[in-house]
Design a protein around this ligand. Structure first.
Ligand code: NAP
Length: 253
């Protein structure tokens, strides 16, 4: 039995992708509040998120990278270790969605979503894990979705990618748990971000969504913070391959 706080991330370094906005920003701030130094990976200006991290008193570095391909993966790991002295936590958050009927869905909309949401997530996890196995282990958190469990409509490539993230999370947990690397996922429900702006703006869909959420409201990026801190921390040391829904009760309905 330890008397130290098992949720404390002091001395840890976390990489968060897609950290300039939305869920990535919410998770990055939560990890910093728990004590971690943060490498923000973004293709857009992430200075607002960096300012929030600095307010917590933690160190922050911004890594500019386009995660449409796996090209930046090794560079992200090297940059993090050079600037912050290690890499203990990876949050694979960057993701995109394309909406179209399955009958007319294009190859471009298929490949773009699968590449960023699934392929890059895997190869960044691989690059991070190659460091972690030789440096005391770590934690990898993939951002899944309700569409890891459900089918959805008009989002064929997104559903395929997020269902794939669920399977990949379990596979990586199986391979890496004994190497001291915890791999888990967070499945957000309906969170108010750029990703869901079209749904929020559609009054019919917005009403249907709200009627089905037991909590009675859209989630906010900050609602994911507690789950991320838990899965990143020693408190989750015996939690492997789990997909933790943070959904206001959506899946319970
Ligand atoms: P968001 O506000 O659109 O954020 C997505 C993030 O990913 C942004 O930082 C975006 O950068 C980044 N990104 C996308 N493509 C990129 C690329 N090629 N290179 C680098 N960064 C890239 O949406 P969000 O809701 O916070 O989404 C975050 C994650 O949560 C995604 O994986 C999403 O699928 C998942 N999710 C969201 C919800 C929800 O209800 N919002 C529900 C379930 C799962 P830019 O700002 O430059 O585009």
């Amino acid at each position: 039995m330890t008397t130290t706080n098992p949720f404390d991330l002091s001395g840890k370094v976390a990489v968060v992708t897609g950290a300039n906005t939305g869920i990535g920003r919410g998770i990055a701030v939560a990890l910093a509040q728990a004590g971690a130094d943060i490498a923000l990976v973004a293709r857009s200006d992430a200075s607002d998120t960096a300012a929030l991290i600095e307010q917590t008193g933690r160190h922050v570095t911004i890594i500019s990278a386009d995660l449409a391909t796996i090209e930046p993966c090794v560079r992200i790991v090297e940059h993090t270790i050079r600037d912050l002295g290690g890499l203990d936590i990876l949050v694979n958050n960057a993701g995109i969605i394309r909406r179209n009927d399955a009958l007319t869905f294009t190859e471009e909309d298929w490949d773009a979503v699968l590449d960023t949401n699934l392929k890059v997530a895997f190869f960044l996890a691989q690059a991070a894990a190659r460091h972690m196995v030789d440096h005391g282990g770590g934690a990898i958190i993939n951002i899944a979705s309700m569409l890891t469990f459900q089918g959805g409509v008009r989002v064929a490539s997104y559903t395929a990618s997020k269902s794939g993230i669920g399977g990949l999370t379990k596979l990586l947990a199986n391979e890496w748990a004994a190497k001291g690397i915890n791999v888990n996922a967070i499945a957000p429900g309906y969170i108010a971000t750029n990703n869901t702006a079209a749904l929020q703006a559609d009054s019919d869909r917005n009403r249907q969504i709200l009627e089905r959420i037991p909590a009675g409201r859209w989630g906010e990026p900050g609602d994911l913070g507690g789950a991320a801190v838990f899965l990143a921390s020693g408190a989750a040391r015996y939690v492997q391959g789990h997909i933790l829904a943070v959904d206001g009760g959506w899946l319970a309905r």
